[in-house]
Structures are given as structure tokens and as C-alpha cells.
Design a protein around this ligand. Structure first.
Ligand code: HEM
Length: 217
């Protein structure tokens, strides 16, 4: 295997982990919203933070790193489609820069628990729209902005970003007030259950009806 093939393979492998992680995060968020499963909702913030910090962020740094090295090794000229890749990387970084402080605020109880999945979903939709378009860009390799593939990509980009904005705006409207839960001691990583209790009834928190031991005998 040539050095170029090795670098492109590592580039594509990092892209798979990067997009796979973002896609998984989006599906888990959808599941948490639909199933209204107490354990999943209670752990969503901690899971999103862990996936972002330890999987998504390193993979999103590795992918353009290997991409640039591959472009040098393959003696690629400075072509338009690389700049789309760079733009996608910067956009993904921006979403991480929004997601991590959001999760920090949620952890302090400063974001209503019912809003968190919607905000995470809006961010994931915006990020994934850009990243999947970057994949199409890398495959189609458009030479300039005036090509038809870039025009179609532009339409998909606008639709994806509008849908993400709509989800975020609806999250604000659905839950009136300033979004503060008043549950200041919420620990996302724990099972304290305060945010879960704030949005779910007892049956939903414990849908199979198992007896929970209080510990006092
Ligand atoms: C700094 C930005 C980037 C650079 C310099 C870069 C560079 C490259 C290079 C040199 C190749 C090999 C092309 C070939 O041999 O045909 C490639 C392929 C690929 N890149 Fe990137 N890339 C960048 C960002 C991205 C991003 C952000 C994504 C997706 C999120 C991505 C996804 C892919 C995919 C899926 C391929 C395989 C395409 C194919 O072989 O047809 N790249 N990239």
C-alpha cells in the first residue's frame, strides 16, 4: 500500500467514526424524545458530552489532518472541493463549541430537561447536513462553485439549516419561561432523577413497574 493510499484510508476511517458518532447521537436523541424513557433522558447529557469529547472531537481533528497529509502526498493542486471539506470541519467545530457549553449549562440545571433533546437534535441536524454534504463533495470533487452539484448541495444545505433552526425555535416556544429548571443540583452522569421527575410521570420513569427498594428496612 502506498503512503497516499494509507493516508486516504485513515482519512476515510476518521470520517466514518466522526459521522457515525454524530449520527448515533442524533438517533439516541430522537429515541430519548420519543420513548420518554427515564433512564435514557437522565443520561442523555452525560452520553452526549462523552461522545462529543472523546469520539467526535478527536475524529473530527484526525479527518482533516489525514486529508491534508493525503492531499500533499498525492500532489493534489489547490482545488475547490478541499475548501468545502475545510468549511465543513470549521462548521462542525462551531457546533461542538455550542454543544459543550449547552451541556455544561444543562448539568447546572440552567436548561429545561424537556428542551435539551430538542437543542441537541437541532445541532446534530445542522452538523450532519454539512458533513454528509462534505462526503458528497469529496466523492463528486466539484472543480468550482458554479457546478450543478454545488447548486444542489446548496439547496440541501439551506433546507437542513432551516429545519435545524425550526427545531431550536420550537424548543424555546414549547416550554415557556426562561428555560431554567430550578433543579440546580442536577448531575447529568447520575441517577438522581430530578430532571426525569420534572418531565415524566412515575409510570414512565418505571414503566415495567418493578419495585424500587428504598433501602430502609
Ligand atoms: C481539510 C479538509 C479535507 C481535505 C484536505 C481532504 C482531502 C481528501 C483527499 C486528498 C481525498 C482522496 C481523494 C481521492 O483520492 O480520490 C479525500 C477523500 C475523501 N474525503 Fe476528504 N478531505 C477533507 C475533508 C473531508 C471531510 C470534512 C469529509 C467528510 C466529512 C471528507 C470525506 C472524504 C471521503 C468520504 C473521501 C473518499 C472519496 C472518494 O475516494 O471518492 N473529507 N479527502
Amino acid at each position: 500500500m502506498s503512503r497516499y493510499s494509507l493516508l486516504v484510508s485513515l482519512h476515510v476511517a476518521s470520517v466514518i467514526v466522526w459521522l457515525g458518532c454524530g449520527t448515533t447521537l442524533a438517533f439516541i436523541t430522537i429515541y430519548a424524545r420519543r420513548a420518554r424513557n427515564g433512564v435514557v433522558v437522565g443520561q442523555l447529557g452525560a452520553l452526549a458530552r462523552w461522545l462529543t469529547l472523546w469520539i467526535l472531537l478527536p475524529a473530527s481533528l484526525a479527518a482533516p489532518g489525514f486529508g491534508v497529509l493525503a492531499a500533499h502526498a498525492g500532489h493534489w493542486p489547490d482545488i475547490f472541493f478541499f475548501h468545502v471539506g475545510e468549511g465543513a470541519f470549521l462548521f462542525s467545530f462551531l457546533t461542538v463549541a455550542i454543544r459543550l457549553p449547552l451541556l455544561r449549562r444543562a448539568r447546572r440545571g440552567a436548561v429545561a430537561p424537556a428542551r435539551l433533546p430538542r437543542y441537541l437534535l437541532a445541532l446534530a441536524l445542522a452538523e450532519l447536513t454539512v458533513l454528509y454534504l462534505a462526503v458528497a463533495d469529496m466523492v463528486a470533487k466539484p472543480s468550482g462553485i458554479e457546478t450543478s452539484s454545488v447548486r444542489y448541495g446548496g439547496v440541501v444545505l439551506v433546507l437542513g439549516l432551516l429545519a435545524a433552526a425550526a427545531i431550536a425555535v420550537r424548543a424555546r416556544k414549547r416550554d415557556p419561561g426562561n428555560g431554567v429548571t430550578g433543579v440546580s443540583d442536577w448531575r447529568i452522569g447520575g441517577f438522581e432523577g430530578a430532571p426525569v421527575a420534572a418531565i415524566l410521570g412515575p409510570q414512565q420513569q418505571n414503566p415495567i413497574g418493578t419495585r424500587v427498594d428504598s433501602g430502609s428496612h
